[in-house]
Design a protein around this ligand. Sequence first.
Ligand code: ADP
Ligand code: MG
Length: 268
Amino acid sequence: MSEIVYERIKENLLALNMRNTLEIIDNYLERAIADKINIVDVLDHILVQESRAKKSRAVESQIQMSGFPFRKSFDMFDFSFQPSIDKAQIDELCTMRFVENRENVVFLGTPGVGKTHLAVALGIVAAQNRYSTYYINCNSLIEQLNRAHFENRLADRLKHFAKYRVLIIDEIGYLPMDMNGANMFFQLIAKRYEKNSTILTSNKTFSQWNEVFSDLTIASAILDRILHHCTVVSIKGESYRLKERNEFMKSKEKIVNTLFDEPKVFND
Ligand SMILES: Nc1ncnc2c1ncn2[C@@H]1O[C@H](COP(=O)(O)OP(=O)(O)O)[C@@H](O)[C@H]1O
Ligand SMILES: [Mg+2]
């Protein structure tokens, strides 16, 4: 192949943003020529690799933009530690049918049972499937809406949060909301209702949501819309944080005990 043609191929690969092909072309062409691979197979290989690499870059950037507090998957979740979770229900959620049907998911349970882990893992599956996904903690959501309200741009901000195909609102109920906060929260839920999916987590039972939203009417209007099309995963079990802490304390105890063990006397 002439130098000019070769340079032109590289220029065009760059212009077409075929970054993966640009990287592999030198070695791959040399090997393909040596192994006498036919031109159709060469093209097929190059295009398959290029489209795979493009997809994984797109998934990576979707995950980056989603604002997850950590990256944890379902594979990293020990389901045997939480037998109250129906694994079939989780598998069904992973099919993303709930996103297609514009349905919601709520994870309920006491602190440490894995609500955030599961919400993030589900969000990662959504991002991998190229749904626009965003994670936000409930308090910072209300803070952002409050700020927007004072700056006279609440409508824009609500529109912004309403547009994500999957919005994760974590930790509802850790701090109570004032009337204005509850009102803005209701407006967001109403905007998303039957249009997009919201994943929520809370350490409070639904009957305690009245206290969270400081007003019975707003709380029931919010619950009404969230629960109309919704999968509720109620986790009844021990805290994984406590389990890890107890295991750590036990192993520390064991080390300390070994250090203070009576010295062994060996008689020969
Ligand atoms: N069943 C589990 N298997 C593996 N790790 C878990 C499990 N449950 C919780 N964790 C881990 O324990 C920590 C606390 O879980 P988290 O999801 O933050 O709990 P919650 O949101 O319910 O308070 C996280 O690091 C999480 O990854
Ligand atoms: Mg949490």
